[in-house]
Design a protein around this ligand. Structure first.
Ligand SMILES: N[C@@H](CCC(=O)N[C@@H](CS)C(=O)NCC(=O)O)C(=O)O
Length: 232
């Protein structure tokens, strides 16, 4: 039995990370038998979630999880894509995971720290929560600065986010999924990010930019229905 380790539900999300939601979408799309379990990133092979456990193997990273599903379980949602489509998918994936992700990190940890604290750290005793949370926020801010996003003003950061979301909405157009009638792996990536932007009850500039595109809102709903998220 496959086990997918993710963050426990929080802020209205099945798991409050774009990468864990992407992995959940992939597992659901695969039709494979698996169990969702809350994990602890500190105990994982790369100190991050998601992690897929397959027998004695632990596979961290959503991209490696997809590669494992392809090579070991015959699930390849991209098998009908052309080389050109694969290249486009890879570029969008990088934009979402290496750029838009940092706008999300800013919107959550820098601008809405007080709101996410009790939800993300519900399992930490209340008297220690603020202390631990402040330590993590310090680390997150250092990461944002190191990556470069944290050197910009909030207005500039949200303008980057709006441009990325515009690119996704423009390429999607009125197609049901990114490359047409059937979802592929880049749909799991986009879904994981949109779920993390739209679902939590945080009124951020990033969420406003996403919801300004009715196509993105309906696409998020279509993907949620397709992967039967409500049944999980
Ligand atoms: N490249 C990884 C990224 C995973 C990732 O960044 N996970 C974050 C949550 S969004 C995490 O586990 N952070 C815990 C930590 O840094 O302590 C993937 O695709 O799975």
């Amino acid at each position: 039995m496959l086990i997918l380790q993710v963050f426990a539900p929080a802020m209205g999300q099945k798991s409050p990370s774009p990468f864990t939601m992407k992995a959940i979408a992939l597992m659901q799309m695969s039709g494979l038998d698996y169990q969702l379990k809350p994990g602890d990133p500190r105990k994982g092979p790369k100190q991050k979630l998601p992690v897929l456990i397959d027998g004695s193997k632990s596979i961290p990273d959503s991209t490696h999880i997809l590669a494992h599903l392809k090579s070991m379980h015959g699930f390849d949602p991209d098998k009908n894509l052309t080389p050109e489509q694969l290249a486009i998918a890879e570029a969008f994936r990088r934009m979402i995971e290496e750029h838009l992700y940092w706008v999300l990190v800013h919107s959550r940890w820098v601008e809405n720290g007080d709101k996410i604290r009790d939800s993300f750290f519900a399992s930490v005793p209340a008297f220690m929560r603020k202390f631990i949370f402040n330590m993590i926020v310090k680390k997150v801010k250092a990461n944002l600065y190191g990556q470069g996003m944290g050197r910009h003003t909030p207005k500039e950061i949200y303008a980057f986010g709006a441009t990325d979301l515009q690119a996704i909405a423009d390429y999607l157009g009125d197609k049901p999924f990114f490359f047409g009638d059937a979802p592929t792996s880049v749909d799991a990536t986009i879904f994981g990010m949109l779920d993390s932007i739209i679902v939590p009850p945080l009124e951020t500039e990033l969420k406003r930019s996403a919801l300004a595109h009715s196509t993105l809102k309906s696409y998020h709903q279509r993907m949620s229905d397709h992967i039967k998220l409500a049944e999980l």
